[in-house]
Design a binder for this molecule. Structure first.
Ligand SMILES: Cc1cc2nc3c(=O)[nH]c(=O)nc-3n(C[C@H](O)[C@H](O)[C@H](O)COP(=O)(O)O)c2cc1C
Length: 404
């Protein structure tokens, strides 16, 4: 099943069901343009066999980076570099989407002391400042920024964009009644909480036309008391389908509830244990006619095939294995491997590691791909974690912080 091409509602065809999900690379140069390291990595991934590649978090606004070193798509972007990135990502036959995002209250304090958010509710973690609640005019600017970045992605040669509305960033936080406490046009009922996201989709579609792919990454739930619920997610997915989104990617959680990249035990063999959002995604898929991509934990070919054949997922989103072995999709497709590499299953449980260590080890490996052309799996987890924190400090030092 994973071999089968998929035709999207707008007629574009993805050559197979394996998708590289977004993974923030920190491989932008000091003006946030793609480095050669990033371009080469996308070329390698494209030749590695996946049907579709999605870039890491690509901010639409330099004051709201997800972290220093992001590749930014705005009117200051060097379009020659952006074109090189898109062309490299397509060089092996994959399609490529730019994941457009506004980090909102999850913008690090080292970048912006008072980032724009849907309310003034601060992230309950060290290193994030008290946000500034957006005015109507601010939100109109954000909607326009998404449309501008999508138009630039099209000009650069990307096949489409993914609007990031998961993981607690601005569009995701706007959906959450826990964070979006507004009682104006943009908050209150679910349709008002979804207004910002839907307005972004409408404006982007109006600018890029029907044949450019628009995807949305959406939480199956925030997994927080009083947050965006699974029932809310099903309703928002239906709204997105009505707005002409080509496919929805299902994930979950945010910085306070970091459940998007779990590491399951080595001996888990059931589909819903391995692919931990699959049961949620099935409910969402049942409510839709557009394709659904599910990301999180997929490793075994048998479980991927089962998810597609039983109709729980149309596209299989995969992250961390692309860092370990950029060519694994080809090996799955030609039967050389029966499962994607899952080095994270050898790590200690997340609660026995320093906060962020498991994720930061992978981030460091991504950085190594950019700097030396490959990962180095011999690096111990704590070393990788610490080296990544040093890298981010260096990258942060070269940018000008916003507002004190
Ligand atoms: C290093 C790293 C960076 C990530 N960056 C992003 C990102 O920029 N945008 C996003 O939507 N998800 C991001 N994710 C989440 C992945 O897209 C994916 O949902 C998650 O890793 C689970 O899939 P996996 O089990 O196949 O790794 C990141 C994950 C990792 C490990």
């Amino acid at each position: 099943m994973i071999h089968k091409p998929l035709k999207l509602p707008n007629g574009r065809v993805i050559r197979n069901r394996l998708v590289k999900s977004a993974m923030s690379e920190a491989l932008g140069d000091k003006s946030n343009n793609p480095t050669n390291g990033l371009i080469n990595l996308f070329s390698r991934w494209s030749k590695g066999g996946a049907g579709l590649l999605i870039t890491g978090n690509t901010p639409i606004d330099r004051k709201h980076l997800e972290h220093a070193g992001n590749f930014v798509l705005d009117t200051r972007t060097d379009m020659d570099r952006a074109k090189k990135l898109a062309s490299a990502a397509k060089s092996g036959g994959a399609l490529v989407l730019a994941q457009l995002a506004h980090a909102g209250r999850q913008t690090p304090e080292a970048i912006n002391n008072h980032p724009l958010s849907i309310s003034d509710i601060r992230l309950n973690l060290p290193g994030y400042g008290k946000p500034t609640p957006a005015t109507d005019a601010d939100l109109e600017v954000v909607i326009q920024q998404f449309a501008t970045s999508a138009a630039l992605a099209k000009e650069a040669g990307f096949d489409g964009v993914q609007i990031h509305a998961a993981h607690g960033y601005l569009l995701s936080s706007s959906l959450s009644p826990r964070i979006n406490t507004r009682d104006d046009l943009w908050g209150g009922t679910l349709s008002k909480r979804a207004k910002l996201l839907l307005s972004v989709i409408q404006k982007v579609r109006a600018g890029v036309g029907a044949d450019f792919i628009i995807s949305t990454k959406l939480n199956s739930s925030d997994f927080q008391k009083g947050g965006f619920s699974h029932a809310d997610s099903i309703e928002v997915a239906k709204m997105l389908e009505r707005e002409g989104v080509d496919f929805i990617e299902i994930s979950g959680g945010n910085f306070e509830a970091p459940v998007s990249y779990q590491h399951t035990a080595k001996n888990e063999r059931t589909a819903s244990r391995e692919a931990y959002f699959l049961d949620y995604a099935r409910d969402i898929k049942d409510a839709l006619t557009i394709p659904v991509m599910v990301t999180g934990g997929f490793r075994s070919v048998s479980i991927m095939n089962q998810a597609v054949s039983e109709g729980s997922a149309d596209l299989i989103g995969i992250g961390r294995p692309f860092i370990i072995d950029p060519e694994f999709p080809e090996k799955l497709l030609n039967g050389k491997l029966s499962a994607a590499p899952s080095i994270e299953r050898d790590f200690s449980p997340v609660d026995k590691l320093p906060r962020g260590a498991a994720l930061n080890w992978f981030c460091h490996q991504l950085a190594l791909h950019g700097v030396q052309g490959d990962s180095d799996l011999s690096i111990p987890i704590i070393d990788g974690h610490e080296r990544y924190l040093d890298t981010i400090k260096l990258l942060t030092n070269r940018i000008t912080k916003v507002g004190d």
